[in-house]
Structure formats: C-alpha cells, structure tokens
Design a protein around this ligand. Sequence first.
Ligand SMILES: [Zn+2]
Length: 667
Amino acid sequence: MTVNEVRFRQIHLDFHTSELIEGIGSGFDAKQFAKTLDDARVDSINLFVRCHHGMIYYDSKKFPERVHPHLKSRDMLKQQVEACRARGIHVNLYVTVRWDVYSYNEHPEWVAIDAEGRYSDYEKRGYLEAGFYRNLCVNTGYRQFLKENLQEVMEEIPAEGVWFDASFVVECVCPTCMKGMREAGLNPKNAADRKAYSEITYHDWVQDMSAQVRAFNPDYNIFYNKGHVGRVDKPVLDDYTYAAFESLPGGPWGYMDFPVSVKYIRTLGKETVGMTGRFHTSWGDNSSFRNKAALEFECYNMLAQGSKCNIGDQLEPSGVLSEAMYELIGEVYSQVEKKESWCREVVAVTDIGVFTPEEFYGADTGHLPEASEGVCRMLQESGHQFDFIDSAENFLKYKVLILPDVIPVSEEFGRRLQHYLDNGGSIIASFESGLNPEKTMFTLPAWGVRYKGNAPYSPDFIVPSGDIGSGLKQAEHVMYKQGAWVEAEGGERLADAIESVFNRSFEQFSSHLHSPSSGKVGYPAIVKKGRVIYFIHPVFGQYHDNAPLWVKTLVRNALNMLLPDPLLKHNGPSTLLATVNEQAAENRQVVHLLHYIPERRSKTMDIIEDVIPLHDTRISVKVDRDVTGVLLVPDNKPLDYETKDGRIEFLVPKITGHQMVELSFRK
Ligand SMILES: [Zn+2]
C-alpha cells in the first residue's frame, strides 16, 4: 500500500456557496466534522479550496479579495484538512476550473467565446438565467491565476492530492485561441478544427497542471473531473492518478453511464473510482436523501466493476455535516469496509470485447452512443463478461468481439480483425459495423455479405428458426429500425427479412403504426460466414430504444453459437448482475452477484427502493486452474461445489442485494 493509495470510501463534499449567504462555517467544529466522517467509515474526502462561485475557503494571502466575505474562520479549509488527516482520512484539495463566477465578473476577458461570439456557457443558458455555468478559457490569464492559487494552497495546506473539477474540453474563439488555432494550422471557421483545438488545449493544460502538482509532491493523487472519462482522456491518462466516473443515476447519467464508461477505461490499466451522490436527484439537491437500497447498489456495483467508491454530498453553509446523512452513508460504507479486502487490486475477467462507438463519435456527460448502452444492457442481462475496447486493444485477449451498429473499419483495422479471425476469434457485427469509413463497402470479405445501401423496407420482419431462433416462435417478428441492404456472398443466411406491403408515407399507410407484412422474402437479415455473424439491423440501438426481447434473444443465440462455453452462466433472472474479478495477489477470483431492480417510477429517473432477495441461484464459472475452495464472503461461509468440464458449479442459497463469492485456486 502506497502512502497515497486511492481509497475505497470517499466523499466529494461540494461547498458551492453564494457570497450573499452569511454565517459561513458558523457551526463548524473541526473535531466534530472529522468524527462524523470517521464514524461513517469515510477514509478520503475532497475538500474545497475554491468553488464555482469563485469563493475561496482558506486564508489566502495572494487572493484575499476572493475569500468568502462571510467565512467565520478564514482558515476553515485548513482546520477541516488537519482534523481529517489526524484521523487518517485522506484529503484531495478541490479546485474548480472552467466555472468561477468571481473570475468571470472581474475578468470578462478570461471568459471563453463560442463560435457565435457569445460568452460560452456549458448549459447554454441565457445571460440572465441563474447558474455558474459560463466557461472560462485556460488559454487566457486565467491559467496563471489557477497556477498561483494552486501553488499557494498546496504550500499552505498539506494533503494527499488535488481534484480539478469542471475541467471541461471547451471550444473557444477568444483572441488567444484564434491565434493558437492559426499557429497550429487549424481553421477557426471549421467546427472539426475548433473541436480539435479544444482537445489540444485540454491536453496541454492537463500536462501543465500535473507537472506543477508533481513538482510539488510526486505522490499527490491527481484527477480531472468533467462528468465523463473516455476517448479524450486517453492521451493524458498518465497525468491522472486514477479515473473517477461522475455518474449520479438521479442526474443526467442514469444507470447505464457508469458500467459503459468504466468497462472501457479499466482496459487502459487505470485505477478507477465510481461516483454517485447522496442526493435524491443530482448535485445541489439540498436536504434530499438517496434511497438506501439505491446507494447500496451504486457502491457495490462500483466494487463489482473493480472500482472504488465516492459519494457526493453538499456541505451546509454552517459547515456542519448532516448527522442523518452520514448515518445513511455509514450504513453503506461500513459494509464496503468489510468487502474491500476482496476488491483491492483486481482485474475484470472477461471473454467478450465490445468496440466502443465513442472512439469514432465521442461521448459526453450523460450522452453516450445509444449502441453502447444497448449492448451493455443486453450483455449484463445475459450474465456475459465483457469490456469495451478500442481498435488499439490486443484483440486476441477475447473469445468474441462485438462491433455494435456503427463501428467503421479502416483497412488497417480490418487487417487486425482478419488476423484475429485467422487465430480462431469470433465476431458479431451489426448494421453499418464493418463498412469502410466512406460507407461504400464492407472492408472484409469475412463478413460474408456485399453492401447495397439502406434496406428498401423499414420496418421489416424476421422469422427466427434454427439455432439463431432458439426460444422464439417461428413467426414474423418486427425489426423496427431500418437495416442495411446486403446480398450474401459466401455466407449462410440464418434469417431473411420479410418485406412489408409498403413503406408508410402520407400517400400509402395502414392503421396506427407501421405497415403489415407482405409475407414476401426480401433480403438476408442475419448471415453467418465461418465465425462471423452479421445482423443487417442496428440491434443494439434497437435494444436501447425499446428493448424487444426477441432482439436480445437473437443476439444471445448468436453468442451461444460462437461462445458455447462462456465465462459465467447462471439460472437467475435477467435482473441479476454478475461479474468476475481476478485478485492475483490473493490467488483467487471473486464473483459479484447483485440483485437490485431500478424501476422507472417517475417521469425523470429510475428508482431503487427495495432489496428483493434471490434464492438458490446456480452459478457456473469457467476456470483454468484447480479450485481449492468456494466461500461466501465477507462472511467466510463455505459452499459445496462441483467441478466438471473445466467449469465450477455452486448454488448460492440467498443473494440479499449483493453477495461476493470467493473461488480460491491451488498455488
Ligand atoms: Zn480561448
């Protein structure tokens, strides 16, 4: 364990506090503050240097004008930090980056300018609306201020790390950025060039700040938060100590954002931290409580994905932590504390690699490509073990690769996929995945189809039969989204598309929704050639849209054909979430079983209220070593198990929310 080990039980303590509010820290007692955290088993906390209002919470000598005017003790941050560290609680110094009301009022020349010439606003809010979302530009004098503020606080208040927040990638056409773009040979009139320059700026700025922090103390933990970690972060991941996934299911993220995002970044070898909130909805939701079952699921799911936990909170202006809130947090974190020995330094065990559409289309806070969410749901609901990967990954690590809906394949990418197939790999591809970037033809003959354009009928229908139709009625099933139009070329047609009587338009339509079937076989719908199965329809985007069970069943059947012996199988319901993590240092694998059911009980968000236990769930795990014991942990209750055909099988008597099962191996 290093001095600054990234901890399991973190709190992110928001303290964005208007300069209009009086009595800041009026009830603050440093010892009580740290005791409340310690009692709730918190072992790391992000504490505020400077908030989105631009207010500072320590006794700054360089920027005294920015210290909150109603701060009772000017060294409140220092007292918070010292009291926490005295109890062994790690502290990350929180610094806001793009949002700072004081700075944009006092230095309008630091505000980023959007392509229309307006002050750039993250939420695209009008000038007269509430909120601190105007973006500052880090290519202006603001960067120097950031660095001086950071240097002063690091020297003044020793801690374990720095958390840069709201560190967004922002397009800007301020005079400095215009000059920078021209020098980089980029055209400010071109949107793609502005985007490229915003990423150049982000990478340059991150490297600059990390160099400053590491020059001060090479052991400091560093993270840059901006609501999503993905493609943009890959070139500068070495400048982060870990990747944290701000992903509050009550906010814009929902429940799919975290698994999709973390399953990619963890493949890049970066330590990960999941982040939810104690809020019912999202940040700033004062005096609201998250349902306990929801908070349990969110934290235990972080452990199941190989991540550590962070719960967001907002400190009251009085500086007093809510005892009721920390009772709730303590109920969950005391359980995390018992579980964490089985969660330290783990690597996910997976047999399916899913190419992330984000590599080609990007992603943003709460906005992930729809195919990503669809494929993640389908595979999770089927008990499959998978990572999201990019085209630079070592494909041979995986038994099956999935190219969901929209993955373009360049010649170089195609060569690597062909090499993977030549070495016994299997591929599932759908819709436009596999087309060249120009979308004129499939890059590899291995797909077994020739591209002709868009399917002439939409919706159309599939009659499932044989292995691909297992578990489905041999009847027409509608495929809502328009597919690709292909001709089989050396591939076997597993299913055909049935045409409708006509495409619906104002001139020709029938009944409320789409047209009925004509019964006429039109064109191939699912084609198999060797170890490649290709679906013409965007099945993953379709599942994200309205989750037809027959679409999931078709994909699951295709996986059964290519991966008859998957890593994990269970006989539980589709609401059971199962993962397998390898803990090499302990010579064991840990199976996580989670059963919490998010339900759409409101217009805006999913709710988890109850823990519904599962009884007598049979689990089968493929193992490549001799198993010497199976234990329910952390209670250390041994389970009977059978070993057969390279698999181990056991019955878990009861899963109450979250259950870990340890499989220990012969040394
Ligand atoms: Zn700028």
